[in-house]
Design a protein around this ligand. Sequence first.
Ligand code: FAD
Length: 472
Amino acid sequence: MKTVDLVIIGGGPAGMAAALSAYEKGVAKILILERDKELGGILNQCIHNGFGLHTFKEELTGPEYADRYINMVWEKGIENLLNTMVVDVQGGSPCLITAMNKEQGMFQIKAKAVILAMGCRERARGAMNIPGFRPAGIYSAGTAQRYVNIEGRMPGKEIVVLGSGDIGLIMARRMTLQGAKVKLVAEIMPYSGGLRRNIVQCLDDYNIPLKLSHTVTKIHGKDRVEGVTVAKVDENLQAIPDTEEFVSCDTLLLSCGLIPENELSQGAGAQMDAVTQGPVVNERLETTVKGVFACGNVLHVHDLVDNVSKESESAGAFAADYILNGGSDWKEAVRPKIPEKTKCTLPEGRDASSQLICIGCPAGCLITAKKREDGDYDITGNTCQKGEAYARNELTSPVRTVTSMIRVHGGRRKVVSVKTAQEIPKEKINACMEEINGVYVSAPVKVGDVLIENVAGTGISVVATGNAMQTV
Ligand SMILES: Cc1cc2nc3c(=O)[nH]c(=O)nc-3n(C[C@H](O)[C@H](O)[C@H](O)COP(=O)(O)OP(=O)(O)OC[C@H]3O[C@@H](n4cnc5c(N)ncnc54)[C@H](O)[C@@H]3O)c2cc1C
């Protein structure tokens, strides 16, 4: 039986940051076990930008953020086993991990400590009790995101999104950019659970209606979704009779919340926390099971990957101390600080020609711009310089970064994620997408490769944000 110092379950940003930190603290034998065919976790499918503002002080796409950590893991020679599913964890001295993959079948590993970093999963249709048959065309937003951004397939043509958290908003834009018609985003709460900047850049930019205090009360269609009934809800979140409206569509995307992947934590006998919905931990991120630590979305759902990386560095350092020095006694449960859930609305009756929501960072400042007689603007409400520049641009010549994917010949992946190297004029987005969709490139492709020069006559190039290795 293989014996190591530390096993990390999950090779997403949490697992990689924990591994790197344990390595820095002097742990020699570290093994990351990942069920997917590559490291990076959910970031590989999050091809939009908005990651890394704290960690790298720049705005990266998900695959670019993952790529930086993957390179560090390789540089340090930290061992990882891909396509390997962990099915059981037992704590103690040593801990015992049971896993399986195609080459080795079922096998066991002994480790002095384990870090759980399995991420989270989406709430499925079953959890929402929406009446109707079980037709094709109902997806969780994350599954649809994987189809589009990793498999290069479209789940449908006419879409309704239920749930306006960031994932729902981002997918509404993504489907639109790929040519689908997004009819509306329905949100049961009187506010969106996503960031204000995402309401602006994902919905307003593409004239996608956001219906707050609305939900889907019925799914129509037997073999394939043919439409949904959308109704207004009262303050108890109950559908109000006579407000129902039929909306024809072939696809319903559900974006109704995330919950930690709890099977292994519970199987190990870890006490669970009803508030975080993940395992109970102490101040050292150690669960109630001896030698088993937890971090990232498996501990509690994080909105920002930068916070995942920071927390996971701590978990790696605590696990290292446990391995090298025996750690310290389990004293009391300490609940991780969970930032209050976003509750966003855009100011009612906002005059978009003078009141702008800054999309420069998650703060989403409300900026007022008053035109002066000399033609320039008096700009107030911004909390940083970026806001001022954004407002001036937005009122004169709005620009956006476009993120998408390009098809690949002869690659282990059918598509590779890309972005415009700089922001392009907003009115050029459609032309840019047409060019991106018309291009095929040959593997290998690596992060930073220029795949289109001068896209849509903007003078700006389209660069790869992910890697596509050649098939062997
Ligand atoms: C759709 C979406 C959009 C987001 N957008 C942003 C954004 O714009 N900006 C931002 O900062 N953050 C964003 N986030 C949040 C951020 O990406 C996540 O918080 C972060 O990726 C979580 O990292 P993690 O390592 O805990 O989990 P994950 O990235 O989910 O990684 C967990 C890994 O564990 C593996 N695993 C699970 N179970 C097992 C098992 N039994 N055996 C082996 N391996 C296993 C999984 O395959 C996966 O690779 C977004 C998240 C989502 C879901």
